[in-house]
Design a protein around this ligand. Structure first.
Ligand SMILES: *Cc1c(COP(=O)(O)O)cnc(C)c1O
Length: 388
């Protein structure tokens, strides 16, 4: 099956008991056993639940992975991965432009626990590999990054990491947070990554009504470790959340087409206005990695980042005046949102760190929804007039 067909059908066999075309949501914490230890494969819903299993099958299929684990949030997926594969004294090498919450997890939870993280601002695979030493067990990257929309060459980094792993004589897991691109536009496992991480809260769920996360991989031993750790630590999603996420995934490929189309039009419109200092979108020919985006992704995504002339005051006026673009954290829903990273999503990064990345006070991130694009552009026009 092709991925769009998998998104609709995998994990969605009719209920054998009733014939219900859509499988029921298994809202149960426990399972009745015929005799102690004699059960149908489920014992307790922290350890396993059929609604969660259905979602996980689908997630694995659409990311071209062997298996998936789903979590109560994107960050619980990430922290469970770290707990599963890292020991105190180990290190992570990361591209520095990353989700603020991941940075906070690395610096404020795992550094005190004994994990070192080294960051690079360079997208060159050789520069990333140069930070790897004998303690490195994970290389972490997002592409496109949040909110600067820089790209990393996944295949190039995979090659560089794998030659370092050979040199050091142990596995180094290349982990890609694929939240921004989604498997509808980019499948990192096919490009040589070992682990894909998702905040399913964003495009996969797609309707801003559920928090969730996922890990997908091709290594059976690794997945076993992750599932063991998840059960031991307890970061599981509820059955209803799994149902909502799975329901969202069925339309992912259609929504992503609409997000990309609207975002491309909006980025082009923004580039023609004089009120923006900078317009960042991988689909614009002046994006420094436009060619890589064309090779690595089958669409340019639904996020457009702009820098307003006039700094924080202008950004504030812009965001308050926009109406269809709701001022809110998060992204990837069918409705358009506007976010101010320096104050909102990236507030946990020190000022120098984020400004070095380019996350300045006039920078605003647009999560372009699937509304009629004429209405969205009109809304941005009003907002820009208010800002300037
Ligand atoms: C939102 C987000 C996360 C964190 O996910 P939660 O579901 O909020 O825990 C991680 N990575 C990226 C790129 C995100 O946008």
């Amino acid at each position: 099956m092709k991925h769009a067909t998998q998104a609709v059908h995998v994990g969605q066999d009719p209920d054998p008991l009733t014939g219900a075309t859509i499988p029921p949501i298994h809202l149960t914490s426990t399972y009745t056993q015929e005799a102690p230890g004699k059960h149908k494969g489920y014992e307790y819903s922290r350890s396993g639940n059929p609604t969660r299993d259905a979602l996980q099958e689908c997630l694995a299929a659409i990311e071209s992975g062997q298996a998936a684990a789903s979590f109560g949030s994107g960050l619980s997926a990430t922290s469970t991965l770290f707990q599963a594969v890292l020991q105190p004294g180990d290190s992570v090498v990361a591209y520095s432009d990353m989700y603020g919450g991941t940075y906070r997890l690395l610096e404020q939870v795992f550094r005190p626990w004994g994990l070192q993280t080294r960051y690079t601002d360079e997208t060159d695979p050789a520069a990333i590999a140069a930070l790897i030493d004998d303690t490195t067990r994970i290389v972490w990257l997002e592409t496109p990054t949040n909110p600067m929309l820089r790209l990393l060459d996944i295949a190039g980094v995979a090659e560089a990491v794998s030659s370092q792993a050979t040199k050091h004589g142990h596995k180094i897991w290349l982990t890609v947070d694929n939240t921004f691109a989604t498997p509808a536009l980019q499948r990192p496992l096919e490009l040589g990554a070992d682990i894909v991480v998702h905040s399913t809260t964003k495009y996969l769920g797609g309707h801003s009504d559920v928090i969730g996360g996922a890990l997908i991989a091709n290594d059976a031993e690794l997945m076993e470790k992750i599932l063991f750790t998840q059960n031991a630590v307890g970061a599981v999603p509820g059955p209803f959340d799994c149902y909502l996420t799975h329901r969202g995934i069925k339309t992912l490929h259609v929504r992503m087409r609409a997000h990309c189309e609207n975002a491309m039009r909006i980025a082009s419109w923004c580039a023609e206005q004089s009120g923006f200092e900078q317009v960042i979108y991988p689909g614009l020919p002046d994006h420094p990695q436009h060619d890589l985006a064309g090779r690595q992704m089958s669409g340019f995504g639904g996020i457009v980042t702009v820098v307003l002339k006039g700094g924080l005051d202008a950004a504030g006026r812009f965001m308050s005046a926009a109406k269809l673009f709701a001022c809110a954290e998060s992204l990837g829903g069918v409705e358009s949102l506007v976010n101010h990273p320096a104050i909102m999503t990236h507030a946990s990064m020190p000022r120098e760190f984020r400004e070095r990345l380019g996350v300045v006070d006039g920078l605003v991130r647009l999560s372009v929804g699937i509304e009629d694009c004429d209405d969205l552009i009109e809304d941005l026009g009003v907002a820009l007039a208010a800002a300037t």
